[in-house]
Design a protein around this ligand. Structure first.
Ligand SMILES: Cc1cc2nc3c(=O)[nH]c(=O)nc-3n(C[C@H](O)[C@H](O)[C@H](O)COP(=O)(O)OP(=O)(O)OC[C@H]3O[C@@H](n4cnc5c(N)ncnc54)[C@H](O)[C@@H]3O)c2cc1C
Length: 269
């Protein structure tokens, strides 16, 4: 779609050139930005010219640049992402766009768009990823991705602040995980997406996305009894309501899927 109000598109090549004026928005892959009218947007600042390496593996973490495409992330070798390989693949393929979308959409664009059904948010939160941001005034800010996405289409980012990368800790990459996703139709957007993670240290974390307005983590010291997990899910109070699912359906299905994952990861049936 032509964005008729946009007058300038800049492609910064360095942090010094990464500046924003009133009416400017960061541009990732543009798969959402160019999919609907953007009233009031007068400039785009294309982050893809900054040349951030898509994926860097360090001994402590997998660092995924905000500009990494879903396609590149989906192809990360197991040598770099350990046991999380299958989960990464399933989250990337949870966005049911065409090959063209997959090839272009970025991890940062998906998280910063902050749709409940943003599968990169699901993945990052499920693996306790940290967001690394570049505030407008310089320096870096770090916060859990779980705290970055605060509501539907709302992130904890100040004007001119961009997401630079997410860092997925090595311990999370090594954990056992389980994935469940439900949609109202075979190619529909996620109505609820639940991921469970059992760490080597014993902690059990259930991440609920798509069914709720923002991501939630339910943390337990060990795999909990069924009743405790169900109560934690049913205490969530921001079930999302849109064409992809009614709140009561999302709540009931999330409780069901969380229980399936609890048993899959070793809880007593
Ligand atoms: C057929 C189809 C299916 C889709 N299905 C889904 C789906 O299931 N779930 C879903 O979540 N989305 C879906 N989308 C929407 C969209 O394509 C994805 O969310 C995609 O991942 C957005 O990434 P992008 O890089 O293209 O973002 P862009 O369109 O470039 O940007 C999206 C928003 O994020 C901001 N932004 C981008 N990068 C950064 C950054 N690094 N720092 C700060 N702000 C930034 C932009 O300013 C903009 O507001 C779908 C789209 C299509 C066309």
């Amino acid at each position: 779609m032509d964005l008729v109000s946009v007058r300038t598109t800049r492609v910064p090549r360095s942090r010094a050139e990464l500046t924003f004026s009133a009416g400017d928005l960061p541009l990732g892959g543009g798969t959402w930005l160019f999919s609907e009218p953007q009233p009031g947007v007068t400039g785009l600042v294309d982050l893809t010219g900054l040349g951030w390496p898509a994926i860097t593996a360090t001994p402590d973490a997998l660092v995924v640049a905000a500009t990494c495409t879903l396609e590149d992330l989906a192809r990360v070798p197991a040598a770099q992402c350990g046991a999380a390989r299958e989960l990464i693949w399933r989250c990337c393929t949870a966005l049911l766009g065409s090959y063209k979308i997959w090839h272009t959409a970025t991890v940062g664009g998906n998280i910063c768009l902050a749709l409940p059904a943003g599968p990169m948010t699901s993945l990052a939160v499920a693996l306790d990823a940290q967001a690394v941001t570049w505030p407008a005034g310089g320096g870096e800010r770090r916060l859990p991705v779980a705290d970055l996405v605060v509501d539907v289409r709302a992130c904890d980012l100040a004007p001119g602040e961009v997401l630079r990368a997410i860092e997925i800790p090595a311990a999370s990459l090594a954990a056992r995980t389980g994935f469940r996703r439900l949609a109202l139709s075979p190619l529909g957007r996620s109505g609820t997406l639940v991921i469970a993670r059992a760490d080597a240290a014993g902690e059990f974390v259930v991440t609920v996305t798509a069914g709720t307005r923002r991501p939630h983590q339910l943390r337990f010291d060990e795999v909990p009894p069924a009743r405790a997990l169900e109560s934690a899910v049913l205490r969530l109070d921001d079930w999302y309501d849109d064409a992809h699912g009614a709140p009561d359906w999302r709540r009931a299905m999330t409780a069901l899927l969380a229980e399936e994952l609890r048993v899959e990861l070793g809880g007593a049936a």
